[in-house]
Design a protein around this ligand. Structure first.
Ligand SMILES: [Zn+2]
Length: 143
């Protein structure tokens, strides 16, 4: 059946496929990724006679600190300026990748909704029998 609605749907799906491919192409470009965050900080040395102890402008640094979670624990490392430049890029790559994946989810959901349109006319609630498992719980006799 090639009616108007069908044509529009095909058109829509083509444009989603195009956007989806653009995301995949972007993903292709991404280098190494690093979870966590990179912060730059200036620190006091603990010597009460050092100017850093009373003047925030005289604090030492900057120091670069990379932090991430490992098995639920927070881990952090101090980095040299060269390492900071490298890992800043990795952290940025991870942010880009996450944004791309979010967009891919978004497009996929829209495609799903095109293919499985919401049935607005449907008024009847599904009949729940005593054998119907509750949402989120697998049936007891699953295997
Ligand atoms: Zn100091």
């Amino acid at each position: 059946m090639k009616n108007q609605g069908e044509k529009e749907l095909q058109e829509k799906l083509r444009s989603y496929a195009k956007r989806y491919k653009a995301m995949k192409d972007q993903m292709h470009e991404i280098g190494f990724i690093c979870p966590g965050s990179l912060v730059q900080r200036r620190m006091t040395c603990g010597n009460p006679k050092c100017p850093c102890s009373h003047d925030p402008e005289k604090r030492h640094g900057p120091y670069y600190q990379l932090s991430w979670k490992e098995k639920g624990k927070s881990v952090s490392r101090f980095l040299s300026p060269e390492e900071a430049t490298l890992f800043r890029e990795w952290v940025e790559n991870r942010r880009k990748l996450t944004a791309i994946i979010d967009e891919m989810y978004d497009i996929s959901q829209q495609v799903r909704d095109c293919m499985l349109p919401v049935k607005v006319a449907q008024k009847r609630q599904p009949v729940r029998t005593k054998h119907t498992p509750k949402a989120g719980k697998p049936p007891q006799n699953a295997r």
